[in-house]
Design a protein around this ligand. Sequence first.
Ligand code: GDP
Length: 291
Amino acid sequence: MAAPGLRPGLGRLFEMPAALGRVRRAYSTSQAFAEVLRLPKKQLTKLVFPLQELERHLVPDSKREFHLKIFDPSLEDIARAESIFTATAQNRIEYLSSAERLDHAPALPRPEVCFIGRSNVGKSSLIKALFSLAPDVEVRVSKKPGHTKKMNFFKVGKYFTLVDMPGYGYRAPEDFVDMVETYLKERKNLMRTFLLVDSVVGIQKTDNIAVEMCEEFALPYVMVLTKIDKSSKGHLLKQVLQIQKFVDTKTQGCFPQLFPVSAVTYSGIHLLRCFIADITGNLKTHGFQFS
Ligand code: GDP
């Protein structure tokens, strides 16, 4: 029987080493994730399903407000996604090119996801964390004032392209909005936009500009809450509830489930990798249906 509070799939995986063996053989689970699977259940939940861990601290009335199960992959699904993010000779993960304008962007047939957020939100750190299984990938950071900021394209094997968009807000170049707007509006293979919000300070004025842009272009987007290791649990819960309320009441195109992450503790990183693998059509999870 599964331990109380654990989803059935999770419990099964822990109780049946044979099942885990199947996962390893079928999907060659990365060594790092095999170590994650050996963690005590509470630590594993905190690392892999941070929202679920936070939910335990809510009073029953507030629990309804958390959307935990919309994207609800099994650990087998997460293990499969890990292999997509693991660089090997057959699965090349690499920086491709940079572009200042959409017409300079590489013409790529693969599905694409992009990451946007205001400067200092933790975007480079998050992308580095997502690519930690491909240590040769260099995530370029151009923060010097006056330097033209570019869109950076990364190829993830035969699966998808990840685009790191320039940070907006303070010191953003004048043509920034034009560049980002054009990309968001016109990039044909863009599957999903990941909008980063700093969980310590919540949604800021500049974040609202990005939200409005996504809404105006009717883009499907997802809110990722960064730096969750920095706050106390109480503060984080308050922020998460506020942001969830904002998503529920003020947005149309935003995915209703939030993705809290930490680039320091890696909390939420595995789940986010799995979501990216899924929405780019590379993983048919059991827990998520395309709408
Ligand atoms: P960017 O401007 O959006 O690319 O932000 P960076 O990734 O450079 O991060 C800005 C600052 O926040 C840096 O000092 C990072 O070390 C810090 N930072 C980024 N992510 C995290 C995180 O998850 N936890 C903590 N504690 N600090 C973070």
